[in-house]
Design a binder for this molecule. Structure first.
Ligand SMILES: NC(=O)c1ccc[n+]([C@@H]2O[C@H](COP(=O)([O-])OP(=O)(O)OC[C@H]3O[C@@H](n4cnc5c(N)ncnc54)[C@H](O)[C@@H]3O)[C@@H](O)[C@H]2O)c1
Length: 361
């Protein structure tokens, strides 16, 4: 069921509810879309040189034409700049431009730009509003929605942060045409995750339509982003601060974070590590008798169909190293490793793991 036209999904959070607007070729319409939101005239556009070179002028023109006085702030491209040093740089630019409590920050970029901009918005002048304009698949289906903002600390990734919801998510799917294929595949890992945790029909759609999706057929692209955002919006709406249900979104991530740490964040993109984690956690579920072996095979086959790794690489990481890295994770409670395991396609359950689960993984 390919989708077309413009789509709006609401993240239902009472007074903090906000729309996700999906469309193709909609960047030039961003300015008018911000007008009714009641921001001050002075706003800031935050991006990196890679994304700005592709889409910055279009966005800047649209905002300026809509009457905004825009301060442009660029930070270098890369995860290593999502830190407190560059947060302070952004604060400095905002102060120099005299942005006020009624001002707004616009994040134009992938998850790195979205996370640091959101964190600046959460903390500048005790909190100002911000708008997400996600430009990677991962950001459109995951990081721009849900209000987790933050930066890295030398001692750990995403260790400094805040829950701070955007006022609007404006996703233009046409920008994905310039995304490197490896980045697109990494975003697909999160899309597959939504199928496994909550929607068997969606999983089957991803199996059947891998050809057109990988070719970025507009209708298919719109459908997978829409369904992913619907699932994320539903889960976040029920459990904003991850006191329970929201943890299902971490399927694949317990092992993914350990793999990323053990490979110094260099060998794999986040989504690739998530694909490894989803396949490995499904294998644990099979070993525990919770999941049919055939479903584990389907998850692996789907990851492979989207050019993602389908399990831990042989000999790269020992089970003891994996366990140690997981014990360091911020989600570990009282030295117990908990993970979301699939019990079928479309259904997951939280389980406490033991060392033996990691044997010959
Ligand atoms: N807040 C959350 O809930 C959440 C969830 C998942 C991930 N994250 C965070 O997201 C970050 C990863 O995000 P990402 O995968 O988007 O990576 P990214 O932001 O580093 O973007 C990947 C690369 O693609 C480039 N790029 C972006 N859009 C492009 C486009 N349209 N065309 C060409 N190039 C483009 C970027 O400049 C960058 O080089 C991590 O820091 C992770 O911690 C946050």
């Amino acid at each position: 069921m390919p989708e077309s036209g413009k789509i709006e999904i609401t993240v239902q959070l009472g007074k903090r509810s906000y729309p996700i607007r999906l469309g193709s070729g909609t960047l030039p319409e961003l300015g008018p879309a911000l007008q009714p939101l009641g921001f001050e005239k002075r706003i800031a556009l935050i991006s990196n040189p890679t994304v700005y070179a592709l889409y910055g002028q279009t966005v800047l023109d649209s905002l300026t034409r809509a009457g905004f006085d825009v301060t442009l702030i660029k930070i270098p491209d890369g995860e290593e700049y999502k830190n407190l040093l560059w947060t302070e740089f952004i604060y400095g630019e905002l102060l120099k431009a005299r942005l006020e409590r009624g001002s707004c920050l616009v994040a134009l970029g992938g998850g790195v730009i979205g996370d640091i901009t959101g964190f600046c918005a959460a903390t500048y002048m005790r909190g100002i509003r911000f708008v997400q304009v996600p430009t990677t698949l991962l950001a459109q289906v995951d990081s721009s929605v849900g209000g987790k903002t933050g930066v890295n600390h030398p001692l750990g990734k995403n260790m400094i942060g805040a829950f701070w919801q955007p006022s609007l998510v404006w996703a233009d799917t046409s920008v994905l045409n310039s995304l490197p294929a490896r980045e697109f595949a990494a975003g697909m890992a999160e899309v597959i995750k939504y199928g496994v945790i909550r929607d068997k029909t969606f999983f089957e759609y991803l199996e059947k339509e891998s050809g057109p999706i990988k070719k970025l057929a507009p209708g298919n692209l719109m459908h997978i982003i829409k369904r992913s955002c619907e699932i994320k919006a539903e889960v976040v709406g029920l459990d904003e601060r991850e006191s329970g249900l929201r943890a299902v979104l971490n399927y694949g991530h317990t092992i993914a974070h350990a793999v990323e740490t053990l490979t110094n964040y260099k060998k794999y993109l986040h989504g690739e590590a998530v694909a490894i984690g989803m396949c490995a956690e499904a294998k644990i579920a099979v070993k525990r008798g919770l999941l049919a072996a055939a479903d584990h095979e389907r998850i692996k086959a789907l990851a492979a169909a989207y050019d993602l790794p389908a399990g831990l690489p042989d000999g790269l990481i020992s089970d003891q190293d994996l366990i140690q890295a997981m014990l360091m994770d911020k989600k570990v409670q009282s030295a117990r490793i908990r993970a979301v395991l699939p019990v079928g396609i479309g259904e997951v359950r939280m389980e406490t793991l033991s060392d033996s689960d990691f044997y010959k993984l």
